[in-house]
Design a binder for this molecule. Structure first.
Ligand code: B1M
Length: 768
């Protein structure tokens, strides 16, 4: 693309339909059925402006979202495309079918599984087949985006994924633009985009960052400014001229396509179309090997040699083998945390005795929360690989695919489907070629076959193969020759360095010598032990000396290991095993369980919330901390002073739409220990379930918890329904966003500030 006309998309659909009478709070998709003429008129308005693409009125068109309004997925989506098609008849304008998020948080941030999300998108996309392209827009969770992208890819319709970033240029769950670009590009979309979000002013900079890591065209669709409330109305303040000026800056940074999101109108888009913007191609550097986790990117081929932590591998590690056999993740988590100085982690659970499914996926899930590094999933078992990929946010790496026909036929399609990069092993049915040339031949065969699935050379790290020096004194030299030959042929390289010392004494010395020899020959990445601090220091200092990293990156690499000195720090870092050990010790030292909860655990998790608000940690970090608190509670619960007599029954629940349950669990714990029988319905509990539980358990009390302002209405609804159906049951409410006035206003019998006062308040209510 050189000096080409910029491609224009339309602007906001919701804003335009509201200006045509769509009531606030009513789903715009309903109008595909009830007011198709107005939707058609809205589209035609954009077509007349001279845009290249119009977007269908199907943003909230997943079955789940539509079911809230009793609407049919098939009708809404088919009609949405039909109306748009009608609007573009006799023109060259194309139809982009809009697909938005499900509104559910995906595991591990929420309860909705990857597969559930994928099925939602697949179902919606089934009815969008008549569109020219799909636009997957306003996604803020990279995992949910990946589910949508995979469904789009499977449909065969070209697609553009588009994410929403906050003012700090990360999504709410902590994903930076580069991770989005690398993850999305792996699925070969038409383009990638950014839209919506609270801070339009950062759009040009995000475009610049995206353009640096991808060859794909970039679409920029900001809102018309930061919305504010004026006399009860949401107002988007940017004028068409201001909007076009911002988009002009995005063009300067390399955007190829422009559109508008919330608050933009015909006038905003007209201003863009008449602007005369010309797409300016930004000169690209050589493509590099890229993988990613939710928050971090792994780049090999430029700069210093990257380290992939090797320790999560049961080969030669008896304790780890035993833990995997016991289905335990403790050591895997610990090794993950200990290796946080690496650039990525290799994850291997193959013991030869245990089925790798589902423990590989569980390991990937745990490691993606903490330490959150990009993952090399080391397995050849398709079912285990797919599960682990579904638990690896970002772009994982499949380690490895050899030149054997069976491997190529089985594993290349898996890597392609999941958008994974991979490690290529130059061995085949005849074994490992002795000479470098033979290994290059197989590497080239792997590359050729991979190209048939859309992979490029920069999607693969080739392993020159490291064999034990003890069994062949030339082993290291052959690896070196192969490495040099691979590099001369433009391949990216990775080596499992420590294999060289297998069976030898003083392995560390041999490993270090081998590592540095390979580095001097240009090795791009090494699977190595990052807890070998001397090697890591020298590697990083070497990068500094060669000008591959600057002084500030050198310093940040040095300070990466987070050592915890206290229970509070364990919670903040999310180190659950260490936290449990400290709790046991504190109890042994005579500290009261309640004091551990109130004085250490609760303040720590609240501090975690402050770090999150300051964007110093992201959602996966909060989850790791929350899980550490829960692990401690399992130890503390049985130790709280219990009373023998049963003082009454209470049904507890976190209200619908809210998945925070630490506080509610604490209330359950303290009430149980005070002699109450607790029926805990869990989190995200709807009114109907609560009513059914009251019918079943006949409790004297109901306790509802809510942590978010957005879930206070659910609490009010539940209280209302309970009071109507079971006026004799006493209701207590609590949670960080609840206060006495609100409790009174919604008709609860009591507000409970914290778990410690819950039993006393129930005792008081019993007395009434
Ligand atoms: Co989220 N979260 N979170 N979160 N999270 C908050 C609550 C938030 C304040 C963080 C923030 O943005 N600053 C914010 C809510 C903002 C608001 O509406 N005012 C928030 C948000 C927005 C979200 C998400 C939407 C993600 C996002 O940020 N975009 C998402 C929501 C998903 C959903 O629910 N649909 C989300 C997700 C999560 C995690 C899954 C990552 C995790 C929850 C894990 C879990 O609970 N299993 C999580 C966490 C851990 C938090 C913070 C950091 C800590 C909450 C907590 O456990 N506190 C929180 C920030 C903060 O509080 N600083 C935050 C400790 C706990 C002991 O306190 O629950 O208040 P609390 O309980 C107290 C009292 O309130 C009382 O007793 C306890 C003390 O003894 N109490 C009761 C509670 N319930 C009671 C019931 C009673 C009586 C007393 O009777 C029945």
């Amino acid at each position: 693309m050189k000096d080409r006309k910029v491609i224009f998309f339309d602007g906001s659909i919701g804003t335009m339909l509201q200006s045509m009478g769509l009531p606030k709070g009513s789903p715009s998709e309903l109008w595909n059925i009830e007011k198709a003429d107005r939707v058609l008129k809205m589209h035609r308005g954009y077509v007349e402006l001279g845009v290249d693409f119009i977007t269908t009125n199907t943003f909230g068109g997943t079955p789940l979202k539509l079911s809230e309004y009793g609407l049919s997925c098939e009708d809404v989506n088919r009609l949405g495309v039909e109306i748009a098609r009608m609007a573009v008849t006799d023109s060259d304008v194309k139809v982009a079918a809009s697909v938005g998020p499900t509104g559910k948080m995906i595991e591990p941030l929420g309860l909705f599984s990857f597969e559930q999300a994928f099925n939602e998108f697949r179902e919606q996309i089934k009815y969008l087949a008549e569109a020219d392209i799909l636009i997957l827009e306003t996604f803020s969770d990279i995992v949910e985006l990946k589910a949508a992208v995979m469904a789009a890819k499977q449909s065969g319709i070209p697609f553009i994924p588009s994410m929403t970033f906050e003012g700090d240029m990360r999504t709410v769950s902590g994903t930076p633009p580069e991770v989005f670009a690398v993850t999305a590009a792996a699925f070969r979309p038409l383009a990638i985009g950014i839209n919506c979000g609270a801070s339009p002013s950062v759009f040009p900079e995000i475009v610049e960052r995206l353009v640096k890591v991808t060859d794909l065209p970039v679409l920029s669709s900001p809102n018309a400014g930061i919305p504010r409330m004026e006399q009860g109305q949401t107002v988007f303040p940017d004028t068409p001229a201001q909007f076009a000026e911002l988009q002009g800056m995005a063009i300067e940074k390399g955007a190829a396509m422009l559109g508008g999101c919330c608050g933009t109108t015909y006038e905003h888009i007209a201003e863009l179309v008449k602007s005369g913007f010309i797409f300016r191609e930004i000169k690209k550097t050589q493509p590099l090997f890229r993988a990613a986790s939710r928050t971090q990117i792994f780049i090999a081929g430029g700069g210093r040699t990257r380290i992939i932590g090797e320790r999560i591998n049961p080969a030669g590690r008896k304790k780890l083998k035993a833990e995997i056999a016991d289905d335990s993740l403790n050591l895997i988590r610990q090794y993950g945390i200990e290796q946080n100085r690496a650039d990525a982690l290799d994850v291997n659970v193959s013991t030869g005795k245990v089925d790798e499914y589902p423990i590989l996926g569980r390991a990937a899930r745990a490691l993606s929360l903490k330490p959150g590094l990009p993952l090399f999933i080391d397995s050849g078992v398709e079912k285990a690989l797919c599960d682990a990929f579904s638990q690896s946010p970002g772009r994982p790496v499949l380690n490895s695919i050899s030149g054997k026909e069976n491997d190529l036929n089985r594993l290349l399609p898996v890597a392609a489907r999941w958008g994974a990069a991979f490690v290529g092993l130059p061995l085949d049915e005849s074994g490992i070629p002795k000479e470098a040339e033979g290994r290059l031949e197989i590497a080239e065969k792997i590359l050729k076959r991979a190209e048939g699935y859309g992979f490029k050379v920069s999607d693969i790290l080739f392993d020159p193969l490291v064999l034990p020096i003890g069994s062949d004194r030339n082993a290291h030299m052959i690896t070196s020759e192969t490495l040099i030959l691979f590099k001369e042929n433009g391949l990216y390289t990775v080596a499992g360095v420590s294999n060289v010392s297998f069976g030898m004494p003083d392995r560390q010395a041999i490993n270090r010598a081998s590592l540095f020899d390979h580095i001097s020959n240009g090795l791009d990445a090494a699977i190595y032990d990052p807890t070998d601090l001397l090697a890591m220091d020298v590697l990083e200092a070497g990068g500094l000396l060669k000008g591959q990293i600057d002084a500030s990156e050198f310093l940040s690499l040095q300070s990466v290991i987070q050592r915890s000195e206290s229970l509070e720090q364990d919670i903040v870092f999310g180190y659950d095993d260490s936290a449990k050990q400290r709790v046991v010790k504190l109890i042994r030292d005579g500290v009261k369980p309640l004091s551990i909860i109130n004085d250490m655990l609760i303040p720590s998790i609240q501090y975690v919330g402050e770090l999150y608000e300051r964007r110093e940690i992201f959602l996966p970090g909060i989850i790791a901390s929350a899980e550490a608190v829960k692990a401690c509670m399992v130890i503390l619960l049985p130790l709280l002073d219990g009373k023998d007599s049963e003082r009454g029954t209470i049904v507890l629940a976190t209200v619908e739409g809210d998945i925070h349950d630490i506080g509610k669990n604490l209330v359950a714990t303290l009430l149980t220990s005070n002699g109450y029988r607790v029926i805990d319905l869990g989190k995200d509990v709807g009114t109907q379930t609560i009513l059914e539980a009251i019918g079943e358990y006949k409790p004297e009390f109901i306790g509802l918890s809510a942590l978010m302002t957005t879930t206070l209405p659910s609490m009010a609804d539940s209280v209302k329904a309970i009071r109507e159906k079971f006026p004799e049951v006493k209701i207590i409410v609590g949670g960080a966003t609840v206060d006495r006035d609100f409790a009174q206003e919604i008709g609860a019998h009591a507000y409970v500030k914290d778990a410690a006062e819950a039993a006393r308040i129930l005792d008081n209510l019993r007395a009434i």
